[in-house]
Design a protein around this ligand. Structure first.
Ligand SMILES: NC(=O)c1ccc[n+]([C@@H]2O[C@H](COP(=O)([O-])OP(=O)(O)OC[C@H]3O[C@@H](n4cnc5c(N)ncnc54)[C@H](OP(=O)(O)O)[C@@H]3O)[C@@H](O)[C@H]2O)c1
Length: 292
């Protein structure tokens, strides 16, 4: 199949390499074309411009630094003429609003548009279990799904709402960064109390699958709206986070992370949620939204 790849940074070049290895007819373009030479040596066709790359194939995969970089390439009369009737798969990381604006641009120029969020590092691409979140027009998605399975075997199509993939990307990244903040606090606590940090890492790794299952359960509880205790009463976490905060203060270390968690749980307790399932903490987030 003919496919073009725009953006040959570490991720874009990996995508082009995988498509070439799978036998596709790949055209490549990058702002600095020096990055294309290795791919051209491996059989890719170099395009003279982004518009030429778009014109060369029915499908273009784009993977550049951010949406500002993508707009700098796409908002060009020659590209806008070339993209008519073609499909653009946008694999650049962006916000839900970025996705909506890009889809509006694609619709205006009569192009099919699929939004993708890559949730793996370049060395992890191309595996059967590599996840790729996707959203957008179903017909366009179905047209490119076979091609995309070459770069990520685990395609997760989230439906036609164009911002769904970016939203899910930010939701899962919120989980990851929250866990990362907790991980760092735990590392500091271990460090200051003389506990082996590598051992701490081993234990974190070993408990990850069961905590993943626990979070999956909590998501189901939130979706059901039934907050009767099914796994873990919220009051247990009120006490646990308060103890972690006290132990951290006693150890003389930064208390910002346990202070945040203890304050969220205390607020839930004060709202009468102590004897609900832990997932009832969502109520605190629902009522505490601040404009902006
Ligand atoms: N690498 C990862 O682990 C990873 C994982 C998941 C998602 N992603 C996402 O994949 C996307 C690409 O990441 P990457 O790791 O490949 O980044 P990268 O190695 O820094 O490459 C950036 C790419 O964007 C291009 N670019 C930047 N500014 C531009 C501009 N103003 N006009 C035209 N082109 C411009 C660069 O062109 P030049 O070569 O000419 O500078 C290059 O092709 C990002 O959105 C990133 O969030 C990456």
């Amino acid at each position: 199949m003919q496919v073009s790849v725009i953006g040959l940074g570490s991720m874009g070049a990996t995508l082009a390499r995988l498509l070439l290895a799978a036998g596709h007819d790949v055209t490549v373009w990058n702002r600095s074309m020096a990055k294309a030479s290795e791919l051209v040596g491996a059989g890719a066709r170099p395009a003279g411009s982004a518009a030429e790359a778009v014109a060369a194939s029915g499908v273009t995969l784009m993977c550049v630094y951010d949406y500002a970089a993508a707009a700098a390439i796409l908002h060009d009369a020659a590209v806008e003429a070339a993209i008519r009737g073609k499909v653009l798969v946008q694999l650049t990381t962006g916000s839900p609003q970025d996705a909506l604006e890009a889809a509006e641009w694609a619709t205006r120029h009569r192009a099919g548009y699929v939004e993708g969020a890559i949730q793996a590092a370049p060395s992890q691409m191309g595996q059967a279990d590599t996840p790729l979140l996707l959203s957008g027009d179903r017909a366009a998605y179905e047209q490119v799904a076979g091609l995309l399975r070459v770069i990520a075997g685990n395609l997760v199509y989230l439906g036609p709402a164009i911002d769904a993939a970016a939203t899910m990307d930010f939701a899962t990244l919120s989980y990851v960064y929250g866990a990362y903040a907790g991980f760092m606090h735990g590392a500091r606590l271990a460090e200051v109390r003389g506990v082996d940090i590598v051992r701490y890492g081993d234990i974190v790794q070993s408990i990850a699958p069961s905590f993943g299952a626990f979070f999956r359960h909590q998501a189901g509880v939130i979706a059901s709206g039934d907050f009767r205790v099914s796994e873990s009463p919220l009051r247990i976490s009120v006490v646990a986070t308060q103890r972690i905060l006290e132990a951290s203060a006693d150890a003389g270390i930064d208390t910002r992370v346990p202070r945040l968690f203890a304050s969220l749980l205390a607020q839930a307790h004060d709202a009468g949620l102590a004897d609900s399932e832990l997932a009832a903490l969502i109520q605190v987030f629902r009522v505490s939204a601040r404009p902006g």
